[in-house]
Design a protein around this ligand. Structure first.
Ligand code: ADP
Ligand code: ZN
Length: 435
């Protein structure tokens, strides 16, 4: 096996790709129009008929789908085929409080697993590898997706699921795992625990990690790479469109190649809905070109990023997306200022702190408050109140420079902030409780 899973697609010319996309789009729109009453109504409201869609150039004529549509249509309203043709459901982790149930036919499962196989091979995976999947299994798409991809590549697959960190480490060591798949926050925790157990970065067999399902910064990448002694690859996906493997990183580590033969991407202005030219920052929108069970057309992800077709040294021609710069619904508005958790994380790592932190937002006497608790490492821990206060002040100042508003910083004892085995919960917005 070469270094690509499906080179005929991954390295296809721009014209070939466009042709594949256009052919699939025409068919998909027709099928959805015929099978999905909910979307047919949206098309009728917009005055667009399947015949109006002749190529990807016509994509902008179609109506959007949003998370609110998915909620309205729950559970069966967006099914693209008879339920009897479906073999699986998966569901979102509900980070933003609203569950989505997605349906898969066998063909959908296959294409999803192919996408994950592309990601594993891009991280250097072959059938010689031992791939430890420490994403959650079950309704969450992380475990099942990478599990299927790992089988397709022919890796020896360790279906660990998340949690039981000591056992994870024992399996890494005893079964000589070479690829670790989990959320970046769990990878950081596994790395921290291994180091504490006296297992240094060079003392395990791991060579690569495939980490995603939540936002993480470049600084966090470097920390994980250092603690585990690996190269850390990003992977992106969402349950609505399939799961992980919508986009994946290659050795260049400068953004993720989108599997655009299955997921047709667009960037739009989140305010006006207008499609933006390549290179613009905006909301990522996906059209499922060939999914049967849950075929979403122009689904608004709320993830903000930039697309680029700049040539990549890995030889893949698939368009790349930047790391999502936070979801539009991750963004907090605090005293009128837009604040993303990733900005706070960037400051923490830059100032030499751990990524174990908790952001609490509240409103007191009509004024928003922002409190950031940050865990000290055992080395940083001190009993001197003066020293602590000075450190808190310095960190608060660094954050003010980044955010434009003043937070209250609390440095807390090592191990006092709960670790995450799946997607980390970093923000508690208490204002929502009062509203
Ligand atoms: P939920 O909306 O409940 O979190 P999912 O588990 O399907 O549902 O999560 C999908 C979302 O997770 C994406 O829309 C995106 O915001 C985030 N995400 C997934 N992968 C990444 C990644 N590599 N980097 C940043 N964010 C990611
Ligand atoms: Zn590449």
């Amino acid at each position: 096996m070469g270094k690509y899973y499906q080179p005929e697609i991954e390295c296809a010319s721009a014209e070939e790709l466009r042709k594949i996309q256009s052919e699939k789009l025409v068919k998909q729109v027709k099928r959805v129009y015929e099978n999905v009453a909910y979307y047919r109504r949206l098309m009728e409201e917009k005055g667009v008929r399947p015949e109006d869609i002749r190529s990807v150039e016509d994509l902008h004529k179609l109506p959007f789908l949003t998370k609110a549509d998915l909620r309205d249509a729950y559970p069966y309203g967006l099914l693209g085929t008879d339920l009897k043709n479906c073999v699986r459901i998966q569901s979102t982790s509900g980070t933003t409080g609203r569950r989505v149930v997605a349906f898969y036919t066998q063909a959908d499962v296959e294409l999803w697993e192919d996408c994950c196989a592309r990601a594993i091979m891009a991280a250097g995976g072959t059938q010689e590898d031992v791939c430890q999947v420490a994403y959650g299994y079950g309704l969450f798409t992380g475990g099942p997706g990478l599990n299927g991809g790992s089988h397709k590549v022919g890796c020896l697959t360790l279906p660990m699921s998340s949690g039981n960190t000591e056992r994870q480490i024992q399996f890494i060591q005893d079964l000589q795992a070479t690829i670790l798949c989990c959320t970046p926050s769990y990878a950081a925790y596994i790395g921290e625990t291994m180091n504490e157990m006296g297992i240094g970065p060079g003392e395990n067999t791991l060579k690569a990690g495939i980490f995603g399902a939540e936002p993480w910064t470049e600084e966090m990448r470097r920390n994980i790479e250092a603690s585990l002694g690996i190269k850390a690859y990003d992977i992106y996906g969402l349950t609505e469109t399939t799961g992980p493997g919508v986009a994946f990183e290659c050795q260049e580590q400068t953004g993720m190649h989108i599997n655009e033969d299955h997921f047709l991407p667009e960037i739009i202005d989140p305010e006006t809905g207008e499609a933006l030219p390549e290179g613009s920052k905006g909301e990522l929108v996906f059209t499922n070109l060939d999914k049967e069970g849950f075929p979403l057309i122009r689904y608004r992800t709320r993830d903000i990023c930039i697309l680029s077709r700049k040539q990549c040294s890995c030889g893949r021609t698939l368009i790349k997306m930047s790391k999502p710069m936070g979801r539009s619904d991750d963004m907090m508005i605090i005293r009128g200022v837009n604040v993303f958790p990733s900005q706070i994380e960037t400051v923490l790592i830059r100032e030499g702190y751990s990524v174990n932190y908790l952001i609490e937002v509240d409103r007191k006497n009509n004024v928003d408050t922002l409190d950031v608790s940050v865990e000290l490492t055992p080395d940083q821990f001190t009993d001197t109140v003066k020293e602590l206060t000075e450190k808190e002040k310095a960190l608060a100042n660094a954050m003010k420079t980044m955010l434009g508003i003043n937070p209250r910083v609390h440095l807390v004892a090592p191990k006092s902030i709960a670790r995450s085995e799946g997607k980390a919960v970093r923000v508690i917005d208490k204002r929502k409780l009062h509203d």
